[in-house]
Design a protein around this ligand. Structure first.
Ligand code: SAH
Length: 231
């Protein structure tokens, strides 16, 4: 079975300035790889201090291309390139209503909040209580006070703030859970790692007037979705 190799936990020694330099370098690398084009996503990635969303013992690895473990049963902060990988095809932009399934560290929600801005909305649902608490602390500490954080099964979405313009599922599932498709507005887009045999394919779904359009983007490796639509 394939998997990620997690670096060993250690006492952090890097300064804020060093993290800032790594953050800028990472953004330049993402652009060079052709993964990052949107000016708003670029500005968000330059602004959000990813190291503040990583547990202390993994903080010095914040800008390395590995997912890092988080408090909770099976939670990780995804590797840095996954955020533009999801948000670019979603066309995440100013003023949108955004729903994330799998809050994890809260980093993806913070980046999304920077992209949608004051006129938009970010709702993020996490099923694991320990992970939810961790994300809540991180977002508060980083000054993100208007992100709606929900403890619950994200497969059911969050009808109270529907409809959404964009939905991002950050855990692997057999198909996009039907409640999420229902809560997507007309012309809305959803993205998720979908399980096909032993593989996970990042898939973009668009809700058009004639039904759903699907596009397979690339192979990815995410933790499995739990709950009513999980394993
Ligand atoms: N977006 C996160 C990474 C998420 S990792 C970040 O930026 O850090 C996937 C997360 O999905 C884990 O925290 C896991 O606990 C959560 N998860 C799994 N199944 C879920 C479900 N049904 N509802 C909500 N969260 C779920």
């Amino acid at each position: 079975m394939r998997g990620w190799i997690i670096p060993p936990p250690k006492v952090p020694v890097k300064t804020m300035a060093e993290h800032a330099i790594e953050r800028q370098r990472k953004v330049r690398w993402l652009e060079a790889q052709g993964l990052l084009e949107s000016a708003r996503i670029r500005a968000a990635l330059l602004k959000v201090p990813r190291e503040e969303f990583v547990p202390r013992e993994y903080r010095d690895y914040a800008y390395e291309e590995v997912p890092l473990p988080l408090p909770g049963l099976r939670a990780t902060i995804s590797c840095p390139h996954s955020y533009p990988l999801f948000y670019e095809p979603l066309g995440l932009d100013r003023g949108q209503r955004f729903l994330e399934i799998g809050t994890g560290s809260g980093y993806g929600a913070a980046v999304a909040r920077e992209v949608v801005g004051d006129a938009g909305l970010v709702v993020s649902v996490e099923i694991d209580p320990l992970t939810h608490e961790f994300a809540k602390r991180n977002l508060e500490h980083a000054g993100y006070r208007d992100v709606i954080l929900v403890l619950g099964d994200g497969g059911l979405g969050y009808p109270a703030a529907a409809p959404y313009d964009r939905i991002c599922v950050t855990a692997a599932c057999a198909d996009i859970p039907p409640p999420l498709i229902e809560q997507l507005g007309p012309g809305g887009r959803a993205i998720a790692p979908l399980l096909e045999d032993e593989r996970q394919n990042l898939t973009l779904v668009t809700k058009g007037p004639d039904g759903l359009r699907r596009k397979t983007l690339c192979e990815v490796l995410y933790v499995a979705l739990r709950g009513a639509y999980g394993d």
